[in-house]
Design a protein around this ligand. Sequence first.
Ligand code: UDP
Ligand code: MN
Length: 583
Amino acid sequence: MRIVQLRKSRLFKLVAAALCVIPLLYILFLQSNHENIKFSAFSSKNVKTKPQLVNELGNFEPQNVAERTGPGEGGKPHILRDDQQNDASQMLTEFGMNMVCSDEISVSRSIPDTRIPECKHWNYPEDLPKTSVIIVFHNEGWSTLLRTVHSVINRSPPQFLKEVLLVDDFSNKEHLKGKLEQYIMRFDGKVRLVRNKEREGLIRTRSYGAKEARGDVILFLDAHCEVNVNWLPPLLAPIYRDKTIMTVPVIDGIDFKTFEYRPVYQGGHHYRGIFEWGMLYKENELSQKEAKKREHNSEPYKSPTHAGGLFAMNRDYFLSLGAYDPGLLVWGGENFELSFKIWQCGGSIEWVPCSRVGHVYRSFMPYNFGKLAQKKKGPLVTINYKRVVETWFDDKFKEYFYTREPLARYLDMGDISDQLALKERLKCKSFEWFMDNVAYDVYDKFPALPPNLHWGEIGSVALPSLCWDTLGQDAPAFISIYECMGDNNNGDLSQLIRLNAKGQLGVGERCFEADTQGIKLVFCRLGTVDGPWEYDEISHTLLHRIHKKCVALHPQTSHLSLMPCDTVNTYQQWTFKELQPKY
Ligand code: UDP
Ligand code: MN
């Protein structure tokens, strides 16, 4: 009884309220102009097309997936027998990954669902755009390439998968010829193969793939990936909402020796792509400020850059941005070129936690850069960086790049007038705007660089043919001296040292420190650009201000260490010599 009464009185209140509100709404409607009406029509479409978090399983979640057993299933490491190790190490040299191991694992193997649990409960729009998954490859292994293809076919809603487009960058391995053409016939036209007529490098090959693609969205993958459960709809949903959004899946690691599948990022932490001033790709944990812009932890978030290999974009939008700068050669810098171009010219990049894709990180690059590298002398990747920096950075920021990479000033980057014209035509914003509004957290780890006081090789006054040399070691390691390379230095930067105005002594992205045993190559302290070093221009000694000692060369052992300063001892005297390589 009570309940009914209550309902009755509620109903009464509701009717009374409505009688008051309706005329008010009508007045508002009369006042509203044309634009307001347009806006409300747009936002109602938005509601229909927006992903919804629901209690039940999301609309594209797979159900009743059969359990599989076998080598590498569940993403478990697959360990080979002792008598296979010879073949395995041969394959490792040829492909940068253990193809003997990969060949024993099913191309349709299962992998662990690495998403945060919330990801299972999103409903995505039913009419997402059709996608061309583009896989460019050069001399890749057989089973890893096909596992990439099968994982896409197995784990993508077929209505959104227009095609898998394989683009061969002039491979010369036999298994990638007729055998591959034969194999893909089983996919009834869903997998298409096109080939370059000569080696173009991955950057131009991706641009070619985009032009060749028939889907509304292009989605790039490396040729050694495995896409995870329900990976595709979350990547497409933001692009469906706004064609100027590039989406990026969260990358998991696949071990290059055992093919174990495991997350790179632990415990639901979110990261975003940034860079350091030498243009090396870096990541930073998502700040609270950015994280809070979303309602749910599994939602996409904005990122300044991306790693390069895996992303999705509206095809027309990619082509309207001129695809990749065609002057970029083979590998490197293209991820930044596209990132800066997107952000500065009005688009945005979102990382998508609910889309996970595994990638085999190789131990080394198993291919050379072919004829393209010989055409351009000098370190090709740095030339790419220079093109990107000269196109997209403002002068102040260009200086940070040349401070960190002094030799880049001497490199011939070719003609960038087309890139600058595009930037003008699209009325793109400044790099300063990008740094202030998007990539502001770069400074947390990589502050603005003070100028170099000196850069070049550090030679001994006592033994002038000898220079400081990292010997190509990884930090942390003691460094030593080695024959000075001088201007013959072509890409080997193990003697190129910088002393900045705040006392930091650096080589590449690393720094020099010292302890009682010697001079050490170490990881620079993130977020700092200062250091303990002080060079005396008159005595040529190099003082460590904290230890209050100077760097000395041991006359017999050639060991470098700190000693009580003795300004007239030539074994404690050093000269910086700038390098001017003749590329
Ligand atoms: N690739 C290519 N042409 C090249 C170099 C690479 O098509 O000249 C392909 C390669 O087969 C792979 C993708 O481009 O599918 C990315 O290259 P890689 O995996 O070597 O780059 P990483 O992941 O090491 O950055
Ligand atoms: Mn790769």
